[in-house]
Design a binder for this molecule. Structure first.
Ligand code: G3P
Ligand code: CA
Length: 249
C-alpha cells in the first residue's frame, strides 16, 4: 500500500496567488506571476480590463495611477501607451521596467503551468468584455480556469456565453452576511462563491457546499488567517503570500 500516511490527511485546498505573489513582487506583472510559480501555487489570480483600442490588459485599479508611472483611466489609454508604462518601480526599484501584460500574454505564458482565477474588474465599464474574454478562453483548456467578478450580471452573461467555464461570484464584506436566497440564486450560474475572508464561518462554508459550489475566500496576508480559513474547510484561499498557505497544506 506504499508509504504510511503521516501528518494528517492530504488536502486539495488550493493556493491561489492574488495578483501573483503580490507580497513579493509588483501585482499583476510577469514578475509576480513568475514568483508565484517559483514559490509554488495551484492557481494565479489576476484582473482583466480593456484599453481604449480594445486590448484586454491585466491591471487592478481602473486608473493606472497607483501601480504605474503614468496617469489616467485604463479605458482612456491605448494598448501601446499602456505597454510603455513602468508597472514595477512603485513596488521597488529592482522591478523597474516591469510592464503591464495583456490577457493573451498571460494565457500563453501560464496556461498549463498554473490554474487561473480570472477576475473581470468593473466589467460594466467595458461593454462586451465577456464575449471578448470568452473568445480568448475558447483557445485553451477550461478545466483549470474560473472567471469571477463582483458584478453578478456580468457573471450571468459570462455563463450564458461560455457555459463550459466555471464562474465565481465575489462578495464584499457586509455585516449581515450572505442570505440563503442569494446563495441559491448564485448557484444557478456559478460554481464558486468567493467572499471577503471576514464573512467566512462554518455555516457559510456548509451552505455553499450544500448547494454544490466551492468557496475560495480573499485575501490572506498573514499566517493566522490562513490557519483560520483552513480550519473552516474552505476549498482554497487567495493570498499575497502563497508560501503561507503552502506551509499549512
Ligand atoms: O480574488 C479575490 C480578490 O482578487 C478580489 O479583490 O480587489 O483584490 O480584486 P481585489
Ligand atoms: Ca482581483
Amino acid at each position: 500500500y506504499g508509504e504510511p500516511v503521516t501528518g494528517g490527511a492530504e488536502t486539495n485546498m488550493l493556493t491561489i496567488a492574488h495578483r501573483g505573489a503580490s507580497g513579493y513582487a509588483p501585482e499583476n506583472t510577469k514578475a509576480s506571476f513568475d514568483k508565484a510559480l517559483e514559490i509554488g501555487t495551484d492557481w494565479i489570480e489576476f484582473d482583466v480590463q480593456r484599453s481604449r483600442d480594445g486590448e484586454l490588459v491585466i491591471i487592478h485599479d481602473t486608473s493606472v495611477d497607483r501601480t504605474t508611472n503614468g496617469s489616467g483611466e485604463v479605458r482612456d489609454l491605448n494598448a501601446a501607451d499602456l505597454k510603455k508604462l513602468d508597472a514595477g518601480s512603485w513596488f521597488s526599484p529592482e522591478f523597474k521596467g516591469e510592464g503591464i501584460m495583456t490577457f493573451s500574454e498571460v494565457l500563453e505564458r501560464y496556461n498549463g503551468k498554473a490554474g487561473m482565477l480570472i477576475e473581470l474588474k468593473s466589467p460594466s465599464l467595458y461593454p462586451g468584455i465577456e464575449q471578448q474574454v470568452a473568445d480568448e478562453l475558447a483557445k485553451y483548456p477550461l478545466a483549470d480556469k474560473v472567471v469571477q467578478s463582483f458584478e453578478q450580471d456580468s457573471m450571468k452573461k459570462m455563463h450564458r456565453i461560455l457555459p463550459f467555464i466555471k464562474i465565481g461570484v465575489l462578495m464584499k464584506y457586509r455585516p449581515l452576511g450572505i442570505s440563503g436566497r442569494q446563495l441559491e440564486e448564485i448557484s444557478n450560474y456559478a460554481s464558486f462563491v468567493n467572499p471577503n475572508k471576514k464573512l467566512v464561518n462554518r455555516g457559510l462554508v456548509q451552505r455553499i457546499h450544500a448547494l454544490g459550489m466551492k468557496i475560495t475566500p480573499y485575501t490572506v496576508r498573514d499566517r493566522a488567517s490562513a490557519a483560520f480559513l483552513k480550519s473552516m474547510e474552505v476549498d482554497g484561499m487567495v493570498t499575497d503570500f502563497p508560501d503561507y498557505v503552502n506551509e499549512i497544506k
